[in-house]
Design a protein around this ligand. Structure first.
Ligand code: NAD
Ligand code: LMR
Length: 345
């Protein structure tokens, strides 16, 4: 093990022995997702350090949360005086919900704005906390994850096992909608439908229970793939999903934290670099019949990140077609993210 790596491992062991949890950071913590996500993280007794960063309002959000009697010590920082650098110092888990949400009429601009935000934040992480687990919520996830990866490559600190696109909201939705259809509403934690491919739209797909009738199937697939539209429409110009996303982000972050702390067998779908598990990638690539740099599948998590990327396994003919349909758009989305960084640096 290289000296730097060994030093880092020892530092982590010492911190945990002293009762500290993995240092958890939210970038974009004052936003529609950031605030409820930070609240949920504050309620987790396993978290002892919670650092919040945004370009506005984080001191207020942190002061507010600090009145809740749970172990997490909360700090809120803003950009002046190296706020990002201080926030990221010692970070082990960094969740990024920074960026603009979808609104009617905002299409290409959303990518340009969020790509710039994610690139800058990823640069901060690569410089200050290159070993951190990075959990990307900012949209479009299928492109922002490749942006983080490229920035890390540029800084020579890329570890494909530690960068995750958060696709948990798709899983939360799929599980909720399926539970309703099979007559078990409210039982979504027991009915878990993994979502594969990418985040949202035709890039996401899902093995659904056989018991779902064909006529319900098509409508269900559309509702899962375009669940975000339902919320954007209902919010009527006020943004996209925030509360369900905060719940989903919290769920995924908790799984990552439990895995970092050594719990075995934690599996969750996430949009990851297939390089993170070459053997898993080989099997998946065979199933897909296409080579993709990133894909969302069930991923086993461990203390050093991705342990195993699961194959799609047995899926029906209809689902195979959905996965095939996802591939061309995914390839385009990934290239958009990668090219953005290659052209900007
Ligand atoms: P929001 O506008 O309410 O909040 C975004 C926050 O990011 C704001 O507080 C803003 O000040 C902050 N921000 C902007 N630039 C920043 C920077 N450089 N550094 C730190 N903070 C910065 O938006 P929201 O509703 O919370 O959505 C945030 C993002 O999450 C959007 O891109 C949205 O599309 C995405 N999203 C993803 C999913 C998913 O499933 N992955 C689901 C819902 C929303
Ligand atoms: C979602 O799935 O709700 C998010 O990706 C937000 C959006 O723009 O749809």
């Amino acid at each position: 093990m290289a000296r730097l790596e060994r030093g880092w491992v020892l530092w982590r062991i010492r911190r945990w022995a002293a009762g500290c949890s993995p240092g958890t950071v939210v970038l974009g913590a004052a936003g529609g997702i950031g605030q409820p996500l930070s609240l949920l993280l504050k309620t987790n007794p396993a978290i002892t350090e919670l650092a919040l960063f945004d370009i506005v309002n984080t001191p207020g959000v942190a002061a507010d949360l600090s009145h809740i009697a749970t172990p997490a010590k909360v700090v809120g920082r803003l950009p002046p005086n190296d706020g990002l650098k201080e926030t990221l110092t010692g970070a082990e888990v960094v969740v990024i919900p920074a960026g603009v949400p979808r609104k009617p009429g905002l299409r290409d601009d959303l990518f340009k704005i969020n790509a710039g935000i994610v690139k800058d934040l990823a640069t901060g992480i690569a410089t200050v906390a290159p070993k951190a687990f990075v959990l990307v919520i900012s949209n479009p996830v299928n492109s922002t994850v490749p942006i983080v990866a490229e920035v890390f490559k540029k800084h020579g600190v890329y570890d494909p096992k530690r960068i995750f696109g958060v696709t948990t909201l798709d899983v939360v939705r799929a599980s909720t909608f399926v539970a309703e259809i099979i007559g078990k509403p409210g039982s979504a934690p027991d009915v878990v439908v993994p979502v594969i491919g990418g985040h949202s739209g035709v890039t996401s797909s899902h093995p659904l229970p056989d018991s779902i009738a064909k006529d319900t199937f098509d409508a269900l697939v559309k509702r899962i793939q375009f669940g975000g539209d339902e919320v954007v429409k209902a919010k009527d110009g006020a943004g996209s999903a925030t509360l369900s996303m905060a719940y989903a982000g919290f769920e995924f972050a908790n799984k990552v934290i439990r895995a970092i702390k050594g719990e075995k067998g934690i599996v969750a779908p996430s949009f990851v670099a297939l390089k993170a598990d070459p053997a898993g990638a080989e099997a998946l690539t065979k199933e897909l019949g296409a080579e993709l740099e990133f894909f969302s599948s069930n991923v086993e998590l461990g203390p050093e990140g991705v342990v195993k990327i699961h194959p799609l396994g047995k899926i029906t003919q209809g689902e195979t077609e959905l996965v095939k349909a996802a591939v061309p758009e995914l390839l385009t989305n990934i290239k958009t993210g990668t090219t953005y960084v290659l052209e900007k640096y």
